[in-house]
Ligand binder design. Structure first.
Ligand SMILES: *Cc1c(COP(=O)(O)O)cnc(C)c1O
Length: 373
């Protein structure tokens, strides 16, 4: 295998999902696996389902289509408010979508009617994250409109925390979400089946509290994939933090003098400089850059220090052991590094501990099984 690549240990993804599913079960909370950070990679999606996720969620139609094309048949939720221009594809590929605009809901319902089907709606409430959401005082009215729109099924309500603001959700906000579910039911009658309380950022709240109130679902991406808490960036106990490893090849290693600025603007500062003339370091270049990942989101081996990056290069310094040309170094990625690396075709994706595709996934549309089965 050559070139920059991500090695993906699917067993660790299964393990992480299983661990979260087991820990949330006593709180009455199910897990929806969020695949947007991995561009809807079908094998990763399958690993989440194997680990006990009840369904999947993604923010982009291209990712959803990729999963459907690979034979993923589970419920898929569109977690970004659908574009009016994409309602046709949303109804075709997603069972449900998160919504905040009545015009979009009407268009989804009209499209569902045209297709002779129906579409489930999760109404998103603004609970302080300052991203998408209906204001809490307007929620019951919005829910009433959905229940009166044929082919639009009110599946539940949901909220987002810590996406834009990066602060942990307050327990009071979570309690408010539960009360809103009651309020909607008083107003509209039908049981609100799903109360989707947020993302990986809500795990600390869920583990701490022991019961989710009426919150019965979380949409989890980062914790499953990276084993980290998005707010603190710290590992969550019991989860693997190394399911993904980025490998980059060393293309240059030289002892170089660090340029000392020839003219410091202030002569007094120049006089103070402790560096006499040159400062020698061992510098290496890795064949990967800003186009491939977020270099500031990488964790380097202990002997390697990041010094800078351009579109196609990452420059590092080493102390005692110089990096050999052609050797590879292993890097751990944070969320933004992972998202970018998964999205570029120049970084190949290598699956470790993959399971054979399920019969469901490999059955051809003509009903015949592939020859290798
Ligand atoms: C991205 C996203 C999630 C998942 O967030 P993680 O931090 O990866 O768990 C959940 N809900 C919505 C609406 C999102 O956009």
């Amino acid at each position: 295998m050559t070139g920059p690549r991500i090695e993906i240990d699917l067993e660790k993804i299964r393990d992480n999902t299983r661990c979260l599913v087991e820990r949330l079960k006593p709180c009455g909370i199910s897990v929806t696996g969020v695949t947007k950070a991995v561009c809807g990679h079908p094998s990763i999606a399958m690993a989440m389902l194997d680990g006990g996720a009840i369904g999947l969620a993604d923010a982009r139609i291209t990712n959803v289509r990729r999963m459907r094309d690979a034979g993923v048949t589970c419920p898929i939720l569109m977690i970004r408010t659908p574009m009016l221009s994409q309602v046709e594809q949303i109804v075709e590929t997603c069972d449900a979508s998160c919504n905040t605009e009545s015009g979009v809901i009407t268009a989804l319902a009209a499209e569902a009617r045209r297709k002779g089907t129906s579409h489930e709606i999760i109404l998103m409430v603004e609970m302080g994250d300052e991203r998408e959401g209906i204001m809490p005082e307007d929620l019951a009215d919005a829910a009433l409109i959905v229940t009166r729109t044929p082919q639009a099924l009110l599946k539940g309500i949901g909220a987002n925390f810590s996406c834009l603001t990066n602060t942990a959700p307050a327990p009071e906000a979570m309690a408010d979400l539960s009360s809103l579910a009651h309020e909607v039911e008083e107003r509209c009658g039908p049981f609100v089946e799903t109360i989707s309380g947020g993302s990986s950022a809500n795990l600390a709240w869920a583990f701490d509290k022991g019961t989710g109130g009426r919150v019965n679902n979380l949409r989890i991406g980062e914790a499953i994939l990276l084993g980290t808490d998005p707010i603190s960036g710290r590992p969550i106990s019991g989860l693997h933090t190394d399911a993904f490893t980025l490998l980059a090849e060393v293309i240059e290693t030289k002892i170089k003098s660090k340029p000392v600025p020839l003219k410091l603007s202030d002569p007094a500062l120049s006089a103070l400089s402790l560096i006499p003339g040159h400062h020698w370091t061992t510098r290496s270049i890795l064949a990967i850059g800003l186009q491939d990942t977020d270099p500031t989101g990488l964790t380097f081996p202990a002997t390697v220090t990041f010094s800078g990056a351009t579109s196609d290069h990452i420059v590092v310094e080493t102390t005692n052991c110089p990096l050999r040309i052609g050797s590879e170094i292993s890097l751990q990625m944070n969320y933004s590094a992972l998202v970018r690396a998964m999205a570029t075709p120049d970084v190949s994706k290598v699956l470790l501990r993959n399971r054979p595709l399920t019969k469901r996934a490999t059955t051809r549309s003509n009903g015949q099984l592939p020859e290798f089965l």
